[in-house]
Design a protein around this ligand. Structure first.
Ligand code: NAD
Length: 278
């Protein structure tokens, strides 16, 4: 989709981090943006600032893990803004802890937001895009955790491998039917965002009862240092805009980190080795 100007993007997780940076980049390209998030204060503040510079935005407080909320969102956007040309399923959360330390509620929350959130977005908006006959594009945010499995992140890894699998499958199916709908998957390394504070958005129906041991806490501290010194979200957004315009599927910001894990995993498989423990 090389023409973005005047078209409409919908971004989930738009109040913070990568989603906010994508919103800013799309506005700079002349797009209208539907900013979607669960965190209403942060969402409205970000939208106010962007509107002050003339951006055409609507905001929607929607929990992407709830199918009916995503369905109502699509109906509202159809009525108020018209068709969505660029859908970014980006909202995500994490729980860090050894597999045996994560509660079933931890698993449900992470899978509901990171995997079901993307499924809900695709299921709701893809039929509209295919029926429109217009050029459209779907961008799903996975992670380097969708290409190799770090320890202490099992629920997160499961969801991100799922998002990569969904995106690759969809890409092949749409290419096979000669569709005008493109797909990209974003698999970043460490990016300077608020991802490690995701518990701020954990709803009450998912009690946070995890108790994490020393090894998990050590991993979280190391990850936190990595995120704080990570790449800027604007760099991810720049690569997403380029991928949408040029029709690239894999978007790999901070690729030296991503390739290290992914290629080691492939080598392990190829050479019949057990997984490398780092
Ligand atoms: N930061 C990194 O290092 C990194 C690396 C790889 C992938 N990612 C992925 O990037 C995406 C964006 O995360 P980020 O790093 O910008 O973190 P972030 O916490 O800064 O932003 C995530 C946004 O998602 C929103 N959100 C959370 N649950 C939601 C829900 N149920 N419905 C709607 N919105 C919800 C949050 O309120 C927040 O605004 C996530 O999918 C994350 O897994 C991040």
């Amino acid at each position: 989709m090389d023409q973005l100007n005047g078209r409409t993007a919908l971004v989930t997780g738009a109040a913070s981090g990568i989603g906010l940076a994508m919103t800013q980049a799309f506005i700079a390209e002349g797009m209208n943006v539907v900013m979607v998030d669960v965190e209403s204060d942060r969402l409205e503040k970000a939208a106010r600032e962007l509107r002050a510079s003339g951006a055409n935005i609507i905001t929607a407080v929607v929990d992407v893990s709830k199918a009916h909320q995503v369905q109502s969102l699509a109906e509202r956007v159809d009525a108020e803004f018209g068709p969505v040309h660029l859908l970014c399923n980006n909202a995500g959360v994490e729980v860090i802890g050894a597999t045996w330390e994560q509660t079933l509620d931890d698993w449900r929350w992470v899978i509901d937001v990171n995997l079901w959130g993307v499924i809900h977005g695709v299921h709701t908006f893809l039929p509209r895009m295919r029926a429109s006959g217009q050029e459209c594009h779907i961008v799903n945010t996975a992670s380097m955790a969708g290409l190799s499995s770090a320890a202490y992140m099992s629920s997160y890894n499961v969801t991100k491998f799922g998002v990569v699998a969904l995106s690759e499958t969809l890409y092949k199916e749409l290419a096979h039917e000669g569709s005008k709908v493109g797909v990209s998957v974003v698999c970043p390394g460490l990016i300077k965002t608020h991802i490690l504070e995701s518990r701020r958005n954990r709803p009450g129906d998912h009690p946070d009862e995890g108790t994490f041991g020393e090894a998990s806490q050590g991993f979280r501290a190391a990850l936190s240092a990595g995120v704080q010194s990570g790449y800027e979200p604007a760099e991810v957004a720049r690569q997403v805009v380029e991928a949408v315009k040029e029709g690239h599927f894999y978007v790999i910001p901070a690729q030296e980190q991503v390739f290290k894990g992914a290629l080691t995993r492939m080598d392990d498989i190829k050479h019949g080795r057990n997984p490398t423990v780092r």
